[in-house]
Design a protein around this ligand. Structure first.
Ligand code: 5CU
Length: 363
């Protein structure tokens, strides 16, 4: 039975070099109180001077950029195939004139890493979203021809105005035409003010456990409301972290739409596809939710044939230096085995067969 990890990141060496050359978020640097440990600072506000040094970013070691470490992590956790993707914040921060060249370099770099381990690695590419539209579309076309690429990873900002921005239509059209799915992943979280004045005392828990999933939920709901899936009926999107909170909130979203006088007046209620239809037709969900309760909601919303195992490696490593396995990975494995305890075929689908079918990972 193949196990496929579709949520697993890398910062290829060329990207780490770029981060080391920078002095504003995102960047890699050491701090005076721990001069021997490089820290990866990526999330907005993560380097605020009032933040304790232990919550300024995260220590960055070779597990973030060395592909051999990805393979040994896969071996340790019995993962046969990984679909790797550049981790956040991708190329969102680059000035327009640097984005095209950076995207090509990084996508070629990642495709080359996959080539080193035939049959074990595939990838989602990265788009130069700050470049002119024509450049972005050209990179989608180029990615569709690269041997190991199976879609693109994207954040929620799009061209700067979110994923409901009609200016994104040429990108959605190109992705739909080339059958490349979007792996939609959060990065920006929620405004820091919602976490309150004591947020610094709680490490990364509030932005990662709540900010990330809500960011995804809001982004995808905006896509729904703006009619993206009425215009692009075959556009497929894989949502990180089991869809944020979308499976849990889908009924409420649907009800709010049905009861909205403004939408009714604009004639937008009758012609639309409902949330449940889109969840079962255009949306795939990863199984990176760490519990049976969340996984069951994802399964109920989209179906076990649309759920795909993931780890989020190299994030969420064990804190104990002598840990043999990663608790985060085992939590995802265990949620699958308990959720599907009486459904062996569905368990195998979620662990690997769905990814092989959906992403065409022919051995
Ligand atoms: O720990 C984190 O900050 C992250 C992150 O930035 N991106 C991700 O995919 N998982 C965890």
């Amino acid at each position: 039975m193949p196990v496929v990890d579709i949520h697993t990141h890398i910062y290829p060496p060329t990207f780490v070099e770029l981060l080391r050359s920078r002095t504003t978020v995102p960047y890699v640097r050491t701090f005076p109180d721990a001069p021997d440990s490089s820290r990866l600072i990526i999330l907005p506000g993560e380097d605020d001077p009032s933040t304790p040094s232990t919550s300024r970013g995260r220590p960055i070691g070779p597990e973030y950029y060395d592909i051999a470490q990805k393979i040994s992590f896969m071996d340790k956790h019995k993962i046969d195939i990984s679909v790797i993707s550049l981790a956040n914040p991708w190329l969102d921060f680059l000035p327009s004139n640097e984005a095209e060249e950076a995207a090509k370099r990084i996508n070629d770099d990642v495709d080359g890493l996959c080539a080193k381990y035939p049959g074990r690695l595939y990838a989602f590419g990265t788009l130069p979203l700050s470049a002119p539209m024509e450049t972005v579309v050209k990179e989608i076309e180029r990615l569709a021809r690269l041997k190991h690429m199976r879609g693109v990873i994207m954040g929620t900002s799009g061209l700067g105005n979110g994923l409901d921005d009609p200016a994104l239509d040429p990108i959605y059209a190109a992705l739909e035409k080339h059958e490349q799915l979007i792996f939609l992943h959060p990065h920006y979280g929620l405004p820091a003010s919602v976490y309150g004045p004591r947020a610094n005392e709680y490490g990364h828990v509030l932005p990662l456990a709540l900010g990330f999933p809500l960011e995804t939920t809001i982004a995808v709901t905006r896509m729904l409301l703006s009619g993206v899936w009425e215009r692009f009926k075959k556009l497929n999107v894989l949502l990180a972290h089991s869809g944020g909170t979308l499976p849990f909130l889908a009924g409420r979203i649907e009800s709010c739409i049905k009861h909205d006088g403004h939408l009714k007046k604009e004639g937008k209620i009758e012609e639309r596809r409902d949330v449940w239809d889109i969840l079962k037709t255009n949306i795939y969900l990863d199984a990176v939710i760490y519990s049976e309760v969340g996984l069951k909601a994802a399964m109920d919303a989209s179906g076990s044939d649309r759920l795909l195992f993931g780890t989020d490696h190299p994030f969420f490593p064990p804190l104990e230096a002598d840990a043999k396995e990663w608790h985060s990975v085992n939590a995802n494995y265990s949620a699958i085995s308990t959720t599907f305890k009486d459904h062996e075929t569905a368990a195998k689908d979620v662990l690997g067969n769905n990814a092989i079918r959906i992403l065409k990972l022919h051995p």
